[in-house]
Design a protein around this ligand. Structure first.
Ligand code: 6PG
Length: 247
């Protein structure tokens, strides 16, 4: 089984420089995807780290460098809350990016989180991925964050989808240690199918997890982001100096 490699890590001076480099790479990947296939299919990350990246993409010079009408936006995971809930990942994405760029509304694909169950929502989102991206659902770019326990998206240590992958493209998550506890997540299968994966890691609090994740003898079931690597594509870890202090 492959595992994270230090050769895939780029260390940036600080959180702002990391966001700027992530924006630069996002635009470059988008332009290349649009050039090659006429579209750019990206899954945004949740949590707080991507917020500054979103703000940069929504402003000059980056916003004007991209034909947003060619972009389709998905999500790596979602909290099972209404889309206007302060905890919602799609709400954060709309506030910091999607409401500020000319992306057609029908090209944003939030997880369904109202009037359904987590399991039915996961099945519905998998159908959406397959209908828009084909089978297998290959995204051009998946952005991911990482928690201090090594979780990524909503793949948490010791959880069923991590210890015994379902083989589905999307999974429902219960009793997540990071509130809100009920979530939806892309699975390892979908993440690994992507053409490019970018993991964004910032802050001293993430340093210990990175140390474990880049050691050869640790297990992805304890450090789930360790199980992230592309089947055929590329992976880049953008890490600021505080988080990289143990590498
Ligand atoms: C979520 C995220 C989660 C996040 C990490 C890092 O919905 O919470 O998908 O995986 O990326 O927990 O969160 P921060 O960026 O806030 O540190």
């Amino acid at each position: 089984m492959s595992h994270p490699k230090l050769d895939d890590v780029t260390v940036l001076a600080d959180k702002e420089t990391l966001a700027y480099e992530a924006a630069r790479r996002f635009v470059a990947l988008a332009q290349a995807s649009i050039q090659a296939r006429g579209a750019f299919h990206v899954a945004l990350a949740g949590g707080s780290t991507p917020k500054r990246l979103h703000e940069l993409l929504a402003s000059a010079p980056f916003r004007e460098q991209l034909d947003w009408s060619r972009v389709k936006v998905f999500f790596g995971d979602e909290r099972f809350v209404p889309p206007d809930d302060p905890e919602s990942n799609v709400a954060m994405a709309r506030r910091s990016l999607l409401d500020h760029v000319d992306i057609p509304a029908e090209q944003v694909f939030p997880f369904p989180t109202v009037g359904t169950t987590p399991e039915a929502a996961a099945e519905q989102y998998a159908r959406t991925l397959l209908s828009v991206l084909g089978d297998p659902p290959v995204l051009d770019l998946i952005l991911l964050g990482m928690g201090e326990d090594g979780h990524t998206a909503s793949l948490f240590p010791g959880h069923p989808e991590v210890t015994h992958p379902s083989g589905n493209w999307v999974a429902a998550v219960h009793e997540a240690p990071k509130p809100p506890s009920t979530r939806l997540t892309l699975t390892y299968a979908t993440i690994k199918a992507a053409r490019h994966i970018t993991v964004l890691v910032s802050g001293q609090g993430k340093a210990e997890a990175l140390e474990h994740i880049f050691q050869d003898n640790t297990d992805h079931t304890q450090w789930p982001v360790r199980g992230i690597y592309p089947a055929n594509g590329e992976i880049t870890w953008l890490v600021d100096q505080e988080a990289a202090s143990t590498l």
